[in-house]
Ligand binder design. Sequence first.
Ligand code: KIV
Length: 272
Amino acid sequence: MSSKPAETSKQKRITVPSLTAMKANGEKITLLTAYDYSMARLVDEAGVEVILVGDSLGTAVQGHRTTLPVTLDQMIYHAEMVVRAVERALVIVDLPFPCTVLGPMRAIEDAARCFKETGCQAVKLEGGVERAEVISALTKAGMPVMAHVGLVPQSVHRLGGYRVQRDRDQLIADAKATEEAGAFAVVLECISADISKEITAELTIPTIGIGAGNGCDGQVLVLYDLLGLIPGRVPRHVKVYADLGKIMVEAVSAYKADVRSGDFPSSDQSFS
Ligand code: KIV
């Protein structure tokens, strides 16, 4: 049933400068997460500009309560699969905790592993003013960085939970610090819409919102949220575009019923 990605898609590869140009042209940028070959292939086929191998891997795929347990080796394992599938989108790999908090040298070593071992085109890291030195070091070493401010999940315990961030002065200072340090784009997570609009107007690099209103230059969602694959309460910032969780349970139940009744396999699925 499975096959390699179509060799026919000759669309131009998205690059870091493509995203800068999109902001300049007023074109919205679309990002989604992916964590494996088959999903990444479908997301790429749908034409999003950026695929993020997010450390949301921890909560979406591994079943953890936070992203903190995710390791660099795990990120690399998943990113390799994604890169293998993608033909057009820019692939960005999240640097998991604590890669970026141990100083610029450690961050350079860890980010370099992502580029060398996966073939990704950029890395993402959480933090604003306090990570400016690391962003600058990575950028000077030739590794493009997407920054991430606002609700930064790796600091969930310091923030006291997954809450909307409203400290306007701090958020603006953080976003500006990432641009000044050389980040090519910045994710704004769970920030009130008016503040993210203000940040977007002040920065020349693209802002990518998640729970940050529609005033950003682009949007990102966790793929499993968009596809209805995460059971339980749907967070306010998520729009479920397809309830695949329900469809999967129905399909598997139908399979079970067919096996029990002897309807599967039929002669169509059998060999003479
Ligand atoms: O890990 C992740 O998927 C992210 C996005 C939600 C921005 O950081």
